[in-house]
Every structure is written in C-alpha cells, then in structure tokens.
Ligand binder design. Structure first.
Ligand code: PAF
Length: 287
C-alpha cells in the first residue's frame, strides 16, 4: 500500500491503473477509521482491481470551527488498518494541496434540487456544498468505477447520488456507480462514528438510548392507527427524557426525496442528537 500526499502522485497512480486496464474503487473518508469504514473498504477491495482510500478532514464542510479542530486524526492507525484490509493507495493531502485559498473560502453553491434544504442541510448551512466540493474533486482526480459511502450519512448519500445522476448527462464522471453500504453498529446498537471517540464511557452508555429508541419506534409504527407525526414526537420525547441527550431533529421522510411523508411506506427516520457536546446522527428505515 502506498500513501500519496499530492494530487500529482495520485493522478500518476490512477493513470498507471487505468493503463493496466484495472477497475478502480474509491472510498472517501475523513480518517479516524472504524469498523464502518472498514466494511466499505473491504467491499471496494473485493469488487475492484485497485482500491483508493482518501483520508482528508475536509475543512470546507465544517460550519463549526470547534468541531473541525476536535475532529479525531490518526493517520498512522488509519494506514495500518487500511493496509491490513488490502487497500492499494491512501490519498492523504493537506488542505493547501486540495484547495487554493480562494476555493477554501468560496461560498459557491450547488443546486441539490432541495435535498440540502432539510435536516442536516438546514442545521449546517453550507455543509453539503463542502461535501460535494471535495467529493467531486476526488471523483475527478481518481475517476473511479465505483465509489462507496455509508448509509449512516443518509442525506449525504442521497445528495451524492443526485449529483452523479445529474452529471451523467454530461459524462463528467464516466459510468461511475455510487454504492451505499449499511450502517455498522456496535453489538449494543450504537451506530459506529468517528465522533464516538469523543464520548466518555458513561456518555457512550447514554448514547445507546438513541438506537434503542429508533428500534423501538419500528414497533410503535406498527401500532394500530399510528401516525408518522405521533411516532416522530414519541421518538423525540423518549430520547430527550434520557439525561445527557438532546435531540436536534427527528424527521421521518421519504427515502428518495427526503421530504416529509405521512406514511411509513418507503420512509426513513433521521435523527441528530447531542450527547454532551458531541453531535451524533443515526437513522432507521421503516419499510
Ligand atoms: O462522510 C464523510 O466522511 C465525508 O463527508 C466525506 C464523504 C469523506 C467527504 O469529506
């Protein structure tokens, strides 16, 4: 496995793979890798001739400076994990290598057909612009056949799907296929997240209330006459009743449009909860 830190070295490695007729899988990450990331990389290694993993804490998608500063970073540990799984290349650039100063501070905005106006988009203005800025740059540099994303960031996945579908007309990303992979949970039910590293043992225990409530809500949704609004309120009240947790939003939306829905058919519930200062997200599909 090689670690590349410049766009030039990355593009050389990509060109060599393309010349050899190899298929390329890409897993974009921000590092602090856990078993959820490992599942994406394993799949990319299995399904492609070469697997590129990017490890880059992208400053343009953070609207909170403290969150950016505190985001866990450990490239040595990440590289050891990626090597053990069989990744071919790790791309770990600095922000200055990725962006010009203008790009770092630009407020250009993509059109996401409203997908960015709800939930995370509403709470974190500019966040998805930053995500799409870095992901489209990675797609351009690596020209992957397949790119892998976790379903924990469900809205991000929907937005990336939208971006690739829209650009398929112009052929910008060739025949790129976006692969969404299921949430990986601890045995306790807690969704794996790099931000879990910031939780104390006691906070981790408290955070279990999130997934426990989401799973319980699958049963509430089956109760005779259960409405989407009632289940939404019950989830919020149940989580807020747990000391140390505070819900930012819980919305049950259509899995494709992310718009509010009044049926559980094709619905997904997306939650963001503060556990102390740490912002955690999770989701659950109803049908
Ligand atoms: O999901 C993430 O870790 C990031 O948003 C991504 C896709 C790597 C872009 O920085």
């Amino acid at each position: 496995m090689q670690i590349l830190t410049t766009k030039e070295a990355l593009q050389q490695a990509v060109a060599a793979s393309k010349q050899a007729g190899q298929t390329i899988g890409l897993v974009p990450t921000m590092g602090a890798l856990h078993a959820g990331h490992a599942s994406l990389v394993r799949r990319a290694v299995e399904e492609n001739d070469v697997c590129f993993v990017s490890v880059f804490v992208n400053p343009t998608q953070f609207n909170n400076k403290e969150d950016l500063a505190k985001y866990p970073r450990d490239i040595e540990r990440d590289a050891a994990l990626l090597r053990s799984i069989g990744a071919s290349y790790v791309f770990a650039p600095t922000p200055e290598e990725m962006y010009t100063e203008e790009e770092m501070n630009s407020t250009f905005s993509f059109d996401f057909n409203g997908l960015d106006q709800v939930m995370e988009g509403k709470m974190r203005p500019g966040h998805f612009n930053g995500v799409v800025q870095v992901v489209s740059r990675l797609f351009y540099l690596v020209q992957p056949d397949k790119a892998y994303f976790g379903e924990k960031d469900y809205q991000q996945l929907a937005i990336i799907h939208h971006m690739v579908e829209r650009s398929s007309l112009s052929g910008t990303f060739g025949s790129l296929q976006i692969v969404g992979c299921p949430i990986v949970r601890e045995e306790s039910g807690l969704a794996l997240s790099s931000r879990n590293e910031r939780l104390s043992a006691a906070e981790k225990e408290t955070a279990l209330g999130i997934s426990r409530t989401l799973f319980a809500s699958l049963e509430w949704a089956k109760e005779p006459g259960a409405s989407v609004k009632e289940v939404e309120h019950r989830v919020v009240d149940t989580i807020n009743a747990i000391e140390g947790l505070e819900v930012e939003y819980y919305e049950i939306v259509d899995q494709a449009t992310l718009l509010p829905t009044d049926t559980f058919e094709h619905a997904i519930g997306c939650v963001t909860v503060y556990c102390g200062p740490v912002r955690l997200i999770d989701n659950i599909r109803y049908a």
